[in-house]
Write a protein that binds this ligand. Structure first.
Ligand code: AMP
Length: 213
């Protein structure tokens, strides 16, 4: 099974991708996670990507193409994958078409998650990352802001630098200008599974599962 999960920042792509990857035993490939890991480890890639990510911009498509090409050819993905955060421009979508042609048996399905801006801004503003277990947590879903509900660590819930209010707006602007057109690119080529992601996490998952082939 090969899936692409598409939608604006904060709509819940990572959460749904993680649940679907467990359900279908496929690998969750998040380009944002790959970049954050590189930033954390201060690799050459991380040093190039850090400032761009923190300002809400997009890392160069050439760099992203190299990363995605390498990951998708990895042995670990032979059972399938769910791609989250890529493609983010029409140019990247075309590059991905080329990469997929080099893989055996690709039958891609695209899931598009939608929600209005006010919901997205609220989710991003209240989103925290546990630096111990790497889980994304919503402050709306917990009682004690100081404790990770997933691993129980105290004082490990941090805000992503790009979840600062001014960066959130920049990311939404970049999404509308550069990423949103990717949807039409796919709609002109295949059926896109569209799901209302304003609902609760479990309901969104159920809607996706009901529509997947
Ligand atoms: P995400 O976790 O998907 O929201 O990604 C976090 C940041 O990583 C984005 O705001 C971009 O700066 C960068 N990034 C992730 N995926 C891509 C991509 N496909 N193309 C360019 N930049 C990306």
């Amino acid at each position: 099974m090969q899936l692409i999960i598409f939608g604006p920042p904060g709509v819940g792509k990572g959460t749904q991708a993680s649940l679907l990857s467990k359900k279908f035993n496929i690998v969750h490939v998040s380009t944002g996670d790959i970049l954050r890991d590189a930033v954390e480890r201060k690799t050459e890639l991380g040093l190039k990507a850090k400032a761009i990510m923190e300002s809400g911009g997009l890392v160069s498509s050439d760099i992203m193409a190299g990363i995605v090409n390498e990951v998708l050819h990895s042995e670990k993905l032979k059972n399938g994958f769910i791609l989250d955060g890529y493609p983010r421009t029409v140019n990247q979508a075309k590059t991905l078409d080329g990469i997929l042609e080099t893989l055996p048996d690709t039958t891609i399905q695209i899931i598009s998650l939608t929600a209005q801006d006010s919901i997205i801004i609220d989710r991003l503003s209240n989103r925290r990352l546990c630096i111990n277990c790497n889980k994304i947590i919503s402050l709306h879903s917990i009682v004690n802001d100081d404790e990770c509900p997933e691993c129980g660590s105290k004082g490990t819930l941090t805000k992503r630098k790009d979840d600062a209010p001014e960066v959130i707006q920049q990311r939404l602007d970049v999404y509308k200008e550069k990423t949103f057109p990717v949807l039409s690119y796919y709609e002109n080529r295949m059926d896109v599974i569209s799901v209302d992601a304003a609902k609760k996490i479990e309901e969104v998952t159920q809607d996706i599962l009901a529509k997947l082939k």
